[in-house]
Design a protein around this ligand. Sequence first.
Ligand code: ATP
Ligand code: MG
Length: 320
Amino acid sequence: MTDAGYAEFGDLTLKLAQPYESDTQWIGQQEVLMQLLACWITVDDADLPLTPRLVGSPGVGKTQLAIAAARAQNRPLYIYQCTADTRPEDLLVTPVLSQGGEISYHASPLVSAMIMGGVCLLDEGNRMNEKSWASLAPLFDGRRLVESIVAGVTIPADHNFRAAVTMNQDESTFEIPDYILSRLQPTLKIGFPNKQDEMAILQYHLPFAESEMLAMTVEFLQHSHELKLDFSLRDGLNLMRFAMKRMIQDPDHPISRDVAWQEALEKCLGEDAVDLEDLAQRRKRTLGGDSVPLGLADLFFDTDDPLHPDRDDDEDEEPF
Ligand SMILES: Nc1ncnc2c1ncn2[C@@H]1O[C@H](COP(=O)(O)OP(=O)(O)OP(=O)(O)O)[C@@H](O)[C@H]1O
Ligand SMILES: [Mg+2]
């Protein structure tokens, strides 16, 4: 059915997406890798694999975990980057006008994974709206199929097809409806790595970095994890890359390691990152630690509105 990047469905030819090739490894936190791999096992012919949600702070390694899991199972990996304007058909099949004026049909990375028996990672899934998720409901239950209206075909998933969804916890995301969430189980949380693992990961990605700079960065990241701030491995990697580039830039007037590192900290992570304790305090306050609780009336009236039922008018009243 599939031939050099194409698949046939009756008289319809679908052009398939290319799998994502990466040989990067997953370092540390073996438990969560094993949990993800377990989701994809079938214990009997009648059993179905699970499609887990991978959650955790930005840059903590959610995408990397899925890449490593697909690699561990020798399955081709297809990544679909979900966005707020992803339409249902973008997830399935897109018609493309070719040079000869003919329409060719392109399978999305998701449909390509279904056909090729690969893994599809729906990356940052909660950026996508409900309508797009609805088109995937039959894929993530016992039916294991999708229906493309544009191409007029029903596409069944190969029995080797597996999937996972990463979710980000920030304001620019949609609330996914319960009937979809119930199909995306279990939830696997990826936490920040411990000191040794964090060092090993930075070293793995930047084997040419000096050990002092690695140590400074790990120290910074561990401190920020302790304070429950969101600086991540990705931040650490970017910061070190920039610092090293600055250090070798001008061999005649080399910038010292400390100066380059501090500058990179500020430029990559923002001025707030310079004083972590202070940032943590301010975060705590804005998250409601010290704020005065609101009454029901505060939802309808400004505090100084004369109609506010709890307004203290004593000062404005004329003395007798
Ligand atoms: N355990 C790990 N082993 C190896 N590399 C890791 C590990 N965790 C994170 N990384 C590296 O850290 C960087 C950030 O990871 P990744 O992109 O997977 O994060 P993410 O959680 O998907 O972020 P986002 O929420 O922004 O999508 C990548 O360069 C990745 O290779
Ligand atoms: Mg990611």
